[in-house]
Design a protein around this ligand. Sequence first.
Ligand SMILES: C[S@@+](CC[C@H](N)C(=O)[O-])C[C@H]1O[C@@H](n2cnc3c(N)ncnc32)[C@H](O)[C@@H]1O
Length: 215
Amino acid sequence: MKSKGKPVSDEASTLLKRAYALSGAEDAQQLYRDWASTYDQHLEQDLRYIAPVLIAEMLAEAVKDRTARILDVGCGTGLVGEHLAGQGFSGIDGLDFSPEMLARAERKACYRHLVEGDLNAALDIPSQTYDGAISCGTFTHGHVQANALDEIVRVLKPSSYLACTVHRDIWHSAGFDSRIASLIKDEVIVLSRQQKAPYYEGSEADGNYCLIRKL
Ligand SMILES: C[S@@+](CC[C@H](N)C(=O)[O-])C[C@H]1O[C@@H](n2cnc3c(N)ncnc32)[C@H](O)[C@@H]1O
């Protein structure tokens, strides 16, 4: 991440570097245990993280019904939920595997239900539950494998939308491109994909913003 303007605090930059160098699930859970209490300040103030507002706008454009049931996948402390609630959505659920991040999300009071779950495993959610899903910053280095998309698509109703970011470094290397291509055959269409878009104000080309519709 290259950011112009205000200097990034050492602590925020150290934790972001840890996030981009995770070795697996345990490492990720430890990182978010350490980061939960300062995550919002680091991301919003220090790093000027704009991805949650941009991805929330993308989903809000596609899903007109503000009572729709939306799943925020890898919701973290709830930055996306806040922006969706700001757009008028009232039926947002959040899923994450970090109890510390979920506890922070709960304080924001914008989620109907918060669920602890691992996106690298089968989700304990019935098929075709949701009218929409959203994921921001979670399809990135050492976090979630590309086949998590299958589970997310499974819990979506037909004709519903997924808006998600996928970091540019893992788009090919972690197989997100081929996973999406294989879903395209009969399960989804990709309505738009902004490539090389910023996640942070003033940064360059952090990743992809995708809008996908389940068939
Ligand atoms: C960079 S944070 C993004 C949080 C929030 N969406 C945002 O944009 O601020 C990534 C989140 O993904 C969660 N996460 C990472 N791997 C996961 C997994 N396998 N299953 C569920 N959540 C996971 C982490 O706990 C963390 O809250």
